[in-house]
Design a protein around this ligand. Structure first.
Ligand code: SAH
Length: 351
């Protein structure tokens, strides 16, 4: 197997937007710098056909690092005694939105651990406040798993989008990364409920999680191909020192970027973020991602005082600068690959 045998597969993917699981696994297992370059070039063409040279931006507000869950990879897991816990007040969050709006953000993402203090009525009130102050903005929630009625209530209160990474599409691998209290089936049910309700839904997965194989990644790609999300967030697994997976090897920027290109070809209009984790594992990781098919960045709008505390993994970048500095820095990074950061809601385009 070499790139000559993979090139027909790559052409088929670009033409048909789908492969079999076995073909996806081959494309990953036998990848070379040449197959990566070919995929990146096709992905760039595909993204430019839908989104031109625009890069969408979302202001990420990390509302709480309290979490009831105990995911083995995550630094804000319940059992981590070394995690310095915080939760933002509604006033804090509205102040982040005000600052973000001033900086040109037209999408706010409220993300956090599964924190009971962010009850559905409270988040509904918050949504109504944000939507009445900024009717031209989209609000994305990323608050973990809930029951359908709760997702419906939040949608009715104005939430436009929901990010819930499936983390892995393989039930056994899911069970290796999560305690038994967390159910793969429930997480997937959540994604289906969210889509059904009418949210623009983002799924996504870890790249290079311990024990992950090309065959497991092929399942993630097949899941995305079939689920047709609005967004798919992927980033390298990065060990966090206070978690059970502290000694495991991290995922790589190289494989993450490769998968971004494949995802772009699976669904040309997919919103694909060049994630903070990708920029953490390699200094120019986000630029490489943008140059290979990604079209979204999600700079941090959380108050500086809490930035370091939302420590999902070690070494997280962008925890020391003000929002304005982050935007300036990102504008430069985006421009360096020939693209432009735009101020808009950045909804998915229909093709
Ligand atoms: N509670 C919310 C938000 C989770 S944090 C939810 O359940 O969706 C957002 C994402 O960070 C997670 O979905 C996970 O994919 C990622 N993440 C957590 N720990 C990580 C680690 N050690 N390395 C890389 N990404 C990680």
């Amino acid at each position: 197997m070499n790139e000559r045998t993979l090139f027909p597969l790559i052409n088929k993917l670009a033409r048909c937007h789908q492969l079999t699981e076995a073909e996806y696994a081959q494309l990953i297992r036998f990848r070379t710098p040449e197959t990566a370059a070919r995929l990146a070039a096709l992905a760039r063409t595909a993204r430019e056909a839908v989104y031109g040279t625009e890069v969408y931006t979302r202001g990420l507000i990390e509302v709480s690092n309290f979490c009831r869950n105990d995911c083995y990879y995550c630094g804000i897991r319940r059992s981590n005694q070394n995690c310095d816990r915080y939760r933002l007040s509604d006033e804090d969050i509205l102040a982040c939105c005000a600052e973000g709006y001033r900086l040109g953000f037209r999408t706010f993402v409220l993300q956090g651990g599964e924190d009971g203090a962010f009850s559905v009525p409270r988040v509904c009130r918050l949504l109504r406040a944000i939507k009445s102050d900024y009717p031209d903005c989209a609000v994305t929630l990323s608050l973990g798993e809930m029951e359908r009625a709760d997702y419906q209530a939040l949608y009715n209160a104005g939430a436009d989008r929901y990010l819930l990474r499936h983390e892995t599409a393989d039930p056994d691998h899911y069970a290796a990364l999560h305690p038994a209290a967390l159910s793969f089936d429930h997480r997937i049910q959540c994604l289906r409920d969210l889509k059904d309700i009418g949210y623009q839904v983002g799924c996504g997965f870890l790249v290079g999680s311990p024990g992950q194989t090309p065959e497991l990644l092929a399942k993630d790609l097949k899941f995305v191909e079939e689920f047709q999300p609005a967004m798919c967030g992927i980033g390298p697994f990065i060990p966090q020192q206070d978690t059970p997976l502290r000694d495991e090897a991290p995922g790589t920027a190289e494989l993450t970027v490769y998968l971004l290109s494949i995802l772009r070809l699976i669904q040309p209009n997919l919103l694909l973020p060049a994630t903070t984790a990708l920029g953490t594992i390699q200094p120019n990781g986000r630029e490489l991602g943008l140059a290979a098919g990604a079209n979204v960045v999600m700079p941090n709008l959380s108050p500086l005082s809490v930035r370091k505390k939302y420590a999902l993994y070690d070494g997280k970048i962008c925890t020391g600068e003000e929002g304005a500095q982050c935007v300036g820095c990102l504008q430069g990074r985006v421009a360096s690959v020939g693209y432009t950061l735009v101020s808009s809601r950045g909804d998915i385009r229909t093709i």
